[in-house]
Design a protein around this ligand. Structure first.
Ligand code: PLP
Length: 418
């Protein structure tokens, strides 16, 4: 079929301008700091906002699970709102003491390592805020942060926001997105402050193996940089559970490793803005100041909800995983029906697939705008996830089966008509 396709008619770019992209005629625009003017709006949110403007879009752009926050958490918080006199008040910057103890216990259960609730645990407003505070604390202008390529798009902009330089560690798509340790060692310099690990990965779903992760740990220890583990997805591993390894389980690396857990996906609590961070005491002493200046504390109502979430029976997680497994099968089957348009590697975990665009196109961003405006399907351009992502799109299959089917029905119609 792709032989028939010559070119995709690009949409007029001005149609797609968002508020943040328009040039405003004000004498005050010079007040904006360079770093703010220079960073880009997340392509994920850009596509989500354009979709909202357009209406009736089948959206595979945002990694926002379709689930409601589980009932035991919702009911528990209703009771706490009635009974807890302090629920509307500030908490201390690192979070409620009893919640930090619960988190320390949870961490011991999941990775087998003891941590000090007072010195090594912080409650955060999700992994995005945790990563932002961390980078804010460690990056001097010109410092380098190693990111896998492709990686989570916001990490690129967060590094830039603090004047840092993202250093890309290209993953080999031809080899199932396997990272190459020989390449990594050539990327380390005197300016390297940290490497960021997301496994299973957003956007590829790749799970990084124990051997690779241990080698990263050794390299980081040898050169004295941090390992920042951003973990929203480790509950979604499907048939690949035995491939998963958490570097936070290795006590030898605890002095230079930060583990960030997000409640957004596993507990369907994205709007509560909630996470926790396990970190060395020397680093917590710095982060706590930044966290305080940025937000004083994670909203206390969310912290109380975290206590309910972690002390109740998380029966829902297996259900979520089973539903995502079904949706992964569905999206793979729908992709299999479009081999001339998309080529893909079956994701191992998380809930994203990162197909290569096989039809002629200018670039992934324009391709996504075309598909959005002409087929009313929202995809995220792969270029947002690093240089290796160009020529790809990210599809999130955490949305309903109906949305996946509607998106693919529309894509099939659109490409059949070109
Ligand atoms: C790798 C990664 N980190 C962080 C986030 C945001 O997590 P949170 O809602 O905890 O801020 C996401 C959301 O998609 C993500 O994929």
């Amino acid at each position: 079929m792709h032989n028939k396709i010559t070119d995709i008619e690009p949409v007029k770019l001005q149609d797609s301008l968002m508020t943040h992209e328009k040039s405003y005629d004000s004498t005050y625009t010079g007040l904006i700091a360079n770093y703010a003017a220079d960073i880009r709006m997340s392509a994920i949110k850009e596509m989500a906002m354009l979709s909202a403007q357009l209406g009736d879009v089948a959206s595979l752009t945002w990694g926002l699970p379709s689930f409601r926050t589980p009932e035991y958490i919702r009911h528990g918080i209703i009771k706490q709102l009635a009974d807890d006199e302090d629920i509307g008040k500030y908490a201390l910057p690192d979070g409620l003491k009893d919640l930090r103890s619960i988190v320390a216990r949870q961490h011991r259960l999941s990775v087998g390592v003891d941590v000090e609730a007072d010195d090594q645990v912080m409650i955060t407003a999700g992994n995005m805020q945790a990563m932002s505070s961390l980078l804010h604390a460690i990056v001097n202008p010109g410092d380098e942060i190693i990111l896998t390529d492709p990686c989570f798009s916001s990490h690129i902009q967060q590094v830039k926001l603090y004047g840092g330089k993202p250093v890309y560690w290209p993953l080999d798509e031809a080899n199932d997105w396997v990272p190459d340790m020989d390449v990594l060692s050539t990327l380390v310099s005197n300016n390297t402050k940290a490497i960021v690990i997301v496994s299973p990965s957003n956007p590829t779903g790749k799970i990084f193996g124990q051997q690779t992760l241990m080698a990263i740990g050794e390299l980081a220890r040898e050169h004295g940089f941090l390992i920042l583990i951003d973990d929203p997805y480790s509950y979604f591993l499907y048939e690949n559970r035995q491939k998963y390894f958490n570097l936070a389980s290795v006590p030898e690396f605890s002095e230079n490793t930060v583990y960030m857990f997000s409640f957004s996906k596993a507990y369907a609590m994205s709007g509560w803005r909630l996470g926790y961070m396990i970190l060395p005491a020397w680093l917590k002493a710095q982060i706590i100041k930044i966290h305080d200046l940025n937000m004083i504390c994670t909203p206390r109502i969310s912290q109380v909800a975290a206590k309910i979430a972690l002390t109740g029976e998380p029966y829902h997680i297996k259900e979520f995983e089973a539903i995502f497994a079904r949706r992964r099968a569905l999206i793979c089957q729908r992709l299999d029906n479009m081999p001339d348009i998309f080529g893909y590697i079956k994701p191992q975990g998380a809930y994203y697939v990162f197909p290569k665009i096989r039809v002629k196109h200018n670039n992934a961003h324009d391709f996504c705008l075309d598909v959005l405006y002409q087929a009313k399907v929202a995809l995220t351009p792969g270029s947002a996830f690093g240089p290796s992502g160009e020529g790809h799109v990210r599809m999130a299959y955490c949305v309903s089966d109906e949305t996946i089917n509607m998106a693919f029905d529309r894509l099939e119609n659109y490409f059949a008509g070109i």
